[in-house]
Design a protein around this ligand. Structure first.
Ligand code: FES
Length: 90
């Protein structure tokens, strides 16, 4: 039984994104930020080389900028789509 307000990743409810060249099945409708955070808390490195990750989670701080389909974008406010190509630094 699934608690009210939650979903499960059943057949047909996932999409495939390519993260650093690796295909990954992720829940349709998820934010890219949540997908990347579940895999690793570091999304990129600061100019000093320190790991950076999600901070605000709502599109304000730009700490989650990664390359999505060749463009720098905020992962936390970007929903995944099938065939999305993502490049993460760390
Ligand atoms: S975590 Fe702040 S803009 Fe994405």
């Amino acid at each position: 039984m699934t608690p009210a307000g939650t979903t499960t990743a059943a057949a047909g409810t996932t999409v495939t994104v390519i993260i650093n060249g690796m295909p990954v099945a992720v829940p349709r409708g998820a934010s890219l930020g949540s997908v990347l955070h579940a895999r690793s808390r570091a999304l990129r490195a600061s100019p000093a080389g320190n790991p950076r990750g999600l901070f605000c989670g709502m599109g304000v701080c730009f700490e989650c900028v990664v390359t999505i389909d060749g463009q720098p974008e905020r992962a936390c406010i970007t929903p995944v789509h099938d065939g999305m190509i993502v490049e993460v630094q760390p």
